[in-house]
Design a protein. Structure first.
Length: 693
C-alpha cells in the first residue's frame, strides 16, 4: 500500500479508536459538610395528609430516588432559591403508600443549604419490602415538587423477578432524550407485572465539554456558557470548578424526559469518564494527546456528582469528603498501577462509589468504578506513531498491559517499529489495572459471597472483545488489532484474571452490564478470547447511548476521505443504494467477510469467508443505535430486550417518545456452577440491523 493510505489508516484508528466510546474533539470548598438525614416510616398525622396546593417553581430540577433496599431508598431533590440571601431552605419530605397521599408514612423536615447547592439527599428506612411508594417535597410557602415514585427491594431470600433498564451516554448537545420518553411511555402502558423496577445508569450522565460535536455538525441544543470553564485549542470549553460541574447537572436535569424517568424509577448509578474528563484515569486528564494532572477538577467533579446523583454510599463506599489538593504530576505506580502521589491519592479518596445492592434471592447488583483507580491506556499517540501499525496490535497491547510480568517476567525490551526498534515503556512497570487492587479484591469477594441467582456487574465499559482481524487480509502483512484501548480491550490481563476467577470458583450467573461505546451488543465473555478454544464464563449486555453520536456514525464520518482503507469495513451499499452498517459484520464475523460483502454484495460469499475467531461469542451488535436495554431476571432465566429508537439528533424535542426502530430479544438460562453460559440468537420486532436483516 502507498504511504498515503498507510497514514490514512493510522489517522483513522488514532482518531476513531480514541473516541470509540465518547465523541470529543479549583478545589472543593472546605466548608462542605454532607448531611444524609435518615427518615423512618411513621404514622400519618392530620396535618401531614392535608392536601397541598402550590407551585413547582422552586423544584426546577425534579426529584429522584436511588439504591433501593428492602426497607427504603435514597430520595433527592433540589430547591432553587428565589433570592441570593444564602439562607437554608426549610422543606418537608412526604412519603405515601398511595399517590393521593391519603396514607402518609413519612413526614420529615429537611434543609437545603448553599453548601450543597441546595440539593437534598434523604435516606428513608422502615418501609415495607417489595413495594411501590410515592414521595414529594414541600416548602412552607406552598411549593410542591413533582410527584416521585420509588420502590423497595424484596426481602432477603425472597424469590421475586427483577426488571431493570440499562442506560448510558446522554450527551445534551448531540441529541434529544426521546429514548427516556419512550421508556416512560412504554412502562406506563405496560401491565404492572411487566413494568420496570429500577434503572441502572452506567455513566456519562453529563458531558464535561461544550460544544461537544464533531466538526461541521450543529448542536441539537446548546448548554449555556460555563460560569468559569477553560478553553481547548479546538475552541471547546470544559468544566473546571465545582460551579461548572453543577451547571452541567442543572442544565441536563431541566430536560423533561430525564426528569420524568428519575421521578418514575429508582436509579442505581455509576460514572464513566465524562462526569470528570474524557478518557480519564485516576485524577488525570487526556485532552491534548498526552496526560496531565487534574486533581482539583477531580475533587470538583466528585463533589457535584455526590450532590446531584443520589446513591447509598456505605460498605466500601463513602460520602464526599472535602479535601484541598493541588494539580501535581509525579508519583511512582504501586500495586495496581496506582500513582503514589499525595494529591492524586487525596483526590481519589474524596469519594468512593463502588458498592453492592441485593434484590431478594434473584440478583446482586455489583457497582464498580472503572475510572478512579485505573492505569493509563497502554498505548499513547507517540508510541502508536512510532510502531506505525494501522491500529494498536493485539500482541503489543498484551505485552504493554502485562508490564514487567509479560512473557513470564521477561518482557520484550523493544517492539518492531516503522523506523526500527521502539523501546517498551512498560517493561519495568507493574501490570495495568482498571479496578485497582482494593476494588478488585472487594469485587471478587462480593461475587464469591453472593447467594443470589444472578450477579449483575454494573461495569460501565464493554468487556466483549472488539478486535479487527487484519491479519486475515491477504498479502498485507497486517497484525490483528484492538478497536480502542479505553475499555477492557486495552486491559486484557485483568479481564482474563476476573473471568478465570469466575470460572475457577464456579460462580454462575455473572452478567456484565456495559455502556460507553454507543452501541448495542450481547455476548458470552470467555476466560481468554485468544485461547484456541475459549471457555465461556459470563454474559454481557451492552447498551448504546440515549443521545450521544453512535459508534457507527463516528466510524462512518472518519472514513469519508476518498480511498480510505477502512471505508469498506465500515459501510457497504445495499440492494437499493442504501448505506449498510458493514461495521457490524466486520466486528461479528471478521474483516474478510465484510470486505467480501462490500466488494461483491454477496451474502453467500461473505458467509464463506466468516471468521470464527475474530470476536468469538458476540451474538448481537447494533453499532448505529440510540436507545436502552431492559433486562428481565427470574431465578432460572435472564432476558434482554434491546430497544433501538429513532436517531436522537433528528428528534425535535425530548417531550415526545422517540419512535422504536426495532426490539431485539436474547435469552439465557441460568447455568450451573460447573457449566458454561449460553445465549440465544436475537429475535426481532421491527427491521433488524444489517447483517441480521
Amino acid at each position: 500500500m502507498t504511504s498515503r493510505s498507510h497514514s490514512t489508516r493510522r489517522e483513522f484508528m488514532r482518531r476513531f479508536g480514541a473516541t470509540a466510546g465518547c465523541f470529543v474533539t479549583a478545589a472543593a470548598g472546605s466548608g462542605f459538610l454532607p448531611t444524609l438525614r435518615p427518615a423512618r416510616a411513621q404514622e400519618a398525622t392530620e396535618e401531614s395528609v392535608a392536601p397541598v396546593a402550590g407551585r413547582r417553581g422552586l423544584f426546577t430540577h425534579g426529584v429522584a430516588s436511588a439504591d433501593p433496599s428492602s426497607d427504603g431508598a435514597i430520595l433527592w431533590t433540589r430547591a432553587t432559591p428565589l433570592d441570593k440571601s444564602a439562607r437554608p431552605l426549610s422543606l418537608t419530605l412526604q412519603v405515601s403508600a398511595d399517590e393521593t397521599f391519603a396514607t402518609v408514612v413519612v413526614d420529615q423536615p429537611v434543609s437545603a443549604s448553599l453548601e450543597q447547592d441546595y440539593t437534598v439527599r434523604v435516606s428513608v428506612t422502615g418501609l415495607d419490602p417489595d413495594s411501590w411508594y410515592y414521595y414529594r417535597f414541600l416548602t412552607t410557602a406552598g411549593d410542591v415538587s413533582r410527584l416521585g415514585r420509588t420502590r423497595t427491594a424484596p426481602a432477603a431470600g425472597a424469590e421475586a423477578p427483577l426488571r431493570i433498564a440499562m442506560a448510558s451516554c446522554q450527551n445534551y448537545e448531540q441529541g434529544f432524550f426521546g429514548a427516556w420518553a419512550r421508556m416512560v411511555s412504554d412502562d406506563e402502558a405496560a401491565q404492572p407485572e411487566d413494568q420496570i423496577h429500577a434503572v441502572l445508569h452506567l455513566g456519562d450522565f453529563i458531558y464535561e465539554t461544550s460544544p461537544d460535536l464533531p466538526a461541521g455538525l450543529d448542536a441539537a441544543r446548546r448548554i449555556a456558557p460555563f460560569p468559569d470553564g477553560a478553553t481547548l485549542p479546538s475552541g471547546r470549553t470544559f468544566a473546571v470548578t465545582v460551579t461548572d460541574y453543577r451547571h452541567l447537572y442543572k442544565s441536563y436535569l431541566e430536560d423533561e424526559a430525564l426528569q420524568a424517568a428519575r421521578a418514575r424509577w429508582p436509579f442505581i448509578c455509576t460514572w464513566d469518564d465524562h462526569e470528570f474528563t474524557n478518557d480519564s484515569w485516576q485524577s488525570y486528564a487526556t485532552y491534548t494527546g498526552g496526560t496531565g494532572p487534574a486533581q482539583e477538577r477531580k475533587v470538583s467533579a466528585n463533589q457535584a456528582w455526590f450532590e446531584y446523583m443520589p446513591a447509598r454510599l456505605d460498605g466500601p463506599a463513602h460520602d464526599f469528603k472535602p479535601t484541598n489538593v493541588s494539580d501535581a504530576a509525579g508519583g511512582e505506580p504501586g500495586d495496581g498501577y496506582l500513582l503514589n502521589e499525595p494529591n492524586n491519592l487525596s483526590a481519589l479518596a474524596s469519594l468512593t462509589i463502588y458498592r453492592s445492592l441485593e434484590w431478594g434471592k434473584t440478583a446482586s447488583i455489583v457497582v464498580t468504578d472503572t475510572r478512579s483507580y485505573r492505569s493509563p491506556q497502554p498505548m499513547d499517540e507517540a508510541l502508536e506513531e512510532a510502531i506505525g501499525a494501522p491500529a494498536p496490535p493485539t500482541d503489543i497491547i498484551r505485552a504493554l498491559d502485562e508490564g514487567r510480568d509479560a512473557s513470564n517476567g521477561a518482557p520484550p525490551a523493544f517492539f518492531a517499529g516503522k523506523d526500527g526498534d521502539v523501546p517498551n515503556p512498560r517493561a519495568d512497570k507493574p501490570a495495568a489495572s482498571i479496578l485497582g487492587t482494593d476494588q478488585k479484591k472487594w469485587f471478587k469477594e462480593t461475587l464469591k459471597g453472593s447467594s443470589a441467582s444472578w450477579k449483575l456487574w454494573a461495569n460501565s465499559i464493554p468487556a466483549m472483545p472488539m478486535r479487527l482481524d487484519l491479519s486475515s487480509i491477504p498479502f498485507q502483512d497486517l497484525p490483528d488489532a484492538v478497536l480502542g484501548t479505553d475499555a477492557w480491550n486495552g486491559y486484557p490481563g485483568e479481564l482474563r484474571e476476573l473471568m478465570s476467577f469466575v470460572k475457577d470458583e464456579g460462580i454462575a450467573g455473572v452478567v456484565s452490564c456495559a455502556g460507553d461505546y454507543h452501541m448495542h451488543g450481547a455476548a458470552i465473555l470467555t476466560t481468554d478470547p485468544d485461547a484456541e478454544t475459549p471457555d465461556g464464563a459470563a454474559l454481557e449486555f451492552a447498551t448504546c447511548g440515549i443521545s450521544s453520536f453512535t459508534f457507527f456514525s463516528g466510524a462512518e464520518s472518519f472514513t469519508r476521505d476518498p480511498g480510505n482503507a477502512f471505508r469498506p469495513m465500515v459501510v457497504a451499499d445495499g440492494p437499493n443504494g442504501e448505506m449498510l452498517e458493514n461495521f457490524n459484520l466486520t466486528l461479528m464475523h471478521g474483516v474478510r467477510a465484510s470486505l467480501a460483502m462490500n466488494y461483491t454484495g454477496s451474502d453467500t460469499l461473505s458467509g464463506w469467508l466468516e471468521s470464527e475467531t475474530a470476536n468469538p461469542y458476540i451474538k448481537y451488535l447494533d453499532t448505529n443505535a440510540h436507545g436502552y436495554v431492559v433486562l428481565t431476571l427470574t431465578g432460572d432465566q435472564i432476558s434482554g430486550e434491546v430497544v433501538t429508537v429513532a436517531n436522537a439528533s433528528q428528534q425535535q424535542s425530548s417531550s415526545d417518545a422517540a419512535d422504536v426502530r426495532r426490539r431485539a430479544t436474547l435469552t439465557a438460562p441460568l447455568w450451573k456452577p460447573s457449566g458454561t453460559p449460553q445465549l440465544s440468537e436475537p429475535e426481532f420486532e421491527g427491521t433488524p440491523p444489517f447483517p441480521f436483516a
